[in-house]
Design a protein around this ligand. Structure first.
Ligand code: SAM
Length: 278
């Protein structure tokens, strides 16, 4: 197979990438289209240091890491040789200059040889993949050591208070999340599943990150960086926001959920799945 070197800026050990990495796509690689509407992802979805530390520990002493569904580069370690893979041009364009440029490819068809990387990571992306089992199989194939997946547990996610105000959007959100056990089974090996409690100051603006700051969800910039909102109609989105706004205005949100305003963290649905090959 013909191969070209991926000349990553900080990628001193250039990794060989199949020329088939450049795929022309008529539709988005995942269930949300980041290339359709401008999303200020890098500003709203900044890496949360507590989660970054958990990922760093899970990657162990790996020197080379593939980051699948890398987006704008959140959680990408800077002290290792990282090969990011990201199918959305808009996302690749938001990657900061100090990170390696991303390879345009999808999880389901990774253009690398077997066991190319010491470790793999995939953060808040697996729920968007069109063929989860194939994508996880590919990630396992190209990785010698740990595969680290940060994702949301659908069963816990449905308990979040936003379900009261945005039932349709939240139903899409937990409905698209694969079960944690399915991911663990598919990866195989020696699997550890850990919970990542969400701090009240969480910098990564996913839905539950605002458990104590409900007003933030009234901001359309924040919602645009949460892909589940793009899965409901504009009318439904406005109705949901209207219900939340009214509940904040008449005090009913505070009556029901106000105890979260002072809670330092929320148990939430975020999980870190780490699979080591046997
Ligand atoms: C919510 S963003 C997460 C980005 C980044 N990992 C982070 O933690 O901020 C999900 C990313 O997965 C990418 N994605 C969607 N489908 C994919 C697929 N089939 N293969 C690889 N990446 C995919 C999207 O383009 C998007 O950048």
């Amino acid at each position: 197979m013909s191969r070209v070197a991926l000349a990553g800026k900080r990628n001193s050990h250039a990794v060989s990438v199949s020329r088939y990495a450049r795929v022309m796509r008529d539709e988005p690689a995942g269930d949300a289209n980041y290339d359709e509407t401008p999303v200020d992802y890098a500003a709203i979805r900044r890496p949360e240091p507590r989660f970054a530390e958990a990922i760093r520990r899970a990657l162990g002493d790996a020197r080379s890491v593939i980051n699948v569904g890398a987006g704008a580069g959140s959680y990408e370690p800077t002290d290792r040789v990282v090969t990011p893979v990201e199918p959305s041009a808009a996302m690749r364009a938001q990657r900061p200059a100090h990170l390696a440029p991303a390879v345009d490819a999808v999880a389901e068809n990774l253009p690398f040889d077997d066991q190319t990387f010491d470790a793999a990571m995939a953060t808040v992306t697996v729920h968007q993949w069109k063929d989860l089992d194939r994508g996880l199989g590919e990630v396992r194939r190209v990785t010698r050591g740990p595969v680290v997946i940060m994702t949301f547990d659908p069963l816990s996610l449905r308990e979040f208070w936003l379900t009261t105000y945005a039932p349709e959007m939240m139903s899409h959100e937990h409905g698209r999340m694969p079960s944690i056990l399915r991911i663990a089974d598919q990866l195989g090996g020696d699997v550890h599943i850990g919970q990542l409690p969400i701090p009240s100051t969480c910098r990564d603006g996913f839905v539950e990150a605002f458990f104590s700051r409900p007003e933030a969800l009234l901001d359309s910039r924040v919602r645009q960086a949460q892909s589940a909102w793009s899965l409901v109609s504009e009318a439904e989105q406005l109705a949901s926001v209207g219900r939340l706004q009214a509940a904040l205005g008449d005090g009913s949100w505070d009556e029901a959920f106000g105890h979260w305003r002072t809670a330092p963290e929320y148990p939430g649905s975020l999980r870190l799945i780490v699979s080591h090959p046997n």
